[in-house]
Design a protein around this ligand. Structure first.
Ligand code: NAD
Length: 251
């Protein structure tokens, strides 16, 4: 098993069709004890109950709230005694154009997608540092790389691009402490984040630009997170892993 007895913290993992819960499931199958952090306790508990093995933990944590992140990390350490893996997965999007972005929306999108990564990393890093080991994987997006995905506005692209810079800087800073920090950049993954906005016509249009000929599944991203969380990626830090079916192939 790739994560035997590892303690893994995953934010934004209560959505039944989401990438976070698919990741929690993959991690639990591989022997990890998982802490799910999300906005709604009942949803997080339902998610936890669907996982194999255990014991796992459901906590309410709004990643935009520094205090809640600190408290969650404290509770996890009290419960399990350590933190081996942090998956900064929580995120929200808003499909608007530049001229439609109001200040509140800018703050909201940046707060969850970017500040949340800092908050939760700051909460978990001291424990990882004292252990001399840890792996953090952060959720960015193809939207950061190509200047917009399909559902994210420019503020979402900016936030997810910010995640790449933040993660790379943390990788450089904490490498000497045995802590690795990497990112994933998914293309279009079929989850609830698209709401009901993905019409059949849009889907056909998008598929034309995907060499592998299908949209992504939550499990595709979970597998990349698993690789980054496990010792299979022991010599990889500051890296960005595309999970996009070839939607964007770099030169
Ligand atoms: P999702 O809506 O199922 O998952 C997002 C989760 O984050 C939800 O469970 C939600 O409750 C939680 N969340 C939202 N705000 C939060 C906050 N302030 N604190 C804690 N939790 C919060 O959608 P998903 O597609 O699984 O998204 C997961 C991540 O993947 C997001 O960061 C998203 O931006 C990113 N992403 C998704 C796609 C895609 O096509 N689905 C592509 C690239 C990146």
């Amino acid at each position: 098993m790739l994560l035997k007895d590892k303690v893994a913290v995953i934010s934004g993992a209560a959505g039944l069709r989401g990438i976070g819960l698919a990741t929690a499931r993959r991690f639990a199958e591989q022997g990890a004890k998982v802490a799910i952090l999300d906005l709604n306790l009942e949803a997080a508990q339902t998610a936890i109950a669907s996982l194999p093995a255990g014991p796992h933990l459901a906590l309410v944590c709004d990643v935009t709230d520094r205090e809640q992140c600190q408290l969650s990390a404290k509770q996890i350490v009290e419960h399990y005694g350590r933190i081996d893996v942090l998956i900064n997965n929580a995120g929200i999007t808003q499909p608007v154009r530049t001229l439609e972005i109001d200040p509140e929306s800018w703050d909201r999108i940046l707060d969850v997608n970017l500040r949340g990564v800092l908050n939760l990393s700051q909460a978990c890093l001291p424990t990882m540092r004292s252990q001399g080991s840890g792996s953090i994987a952060c959720m960015s997006s193809v939207s950061a790389q190509r200047g917009g995905g399909i559902f994210g506005g420019p503020h979402y692209s900016a936030a997810k691009a910010g995640v790449l810079g933040l993660a790379k800087a943390m990788a450089r800073e904490f490498g000497p402490d045995g802590i690795r920090v990497n990112c994933v950049t998914p293309g279009l993954i079929e989850t609830d984040i698209t709401g009901d906005k993905l019409t059949d016509a849009m889907r056909q249009d998008i598929l034309k630009g995907i060499p592998l000929g299908r949209l992504g599944a939550a499990g595709d991203v979970a597998n990349a997170y698993l690789f980054l969380a496990s010792d299979l990626s022991a010599y990889i830090t500051g890296a960005v892993i595309d999970v996009n079916g070839g939607m964007l192939i770099h030169g």
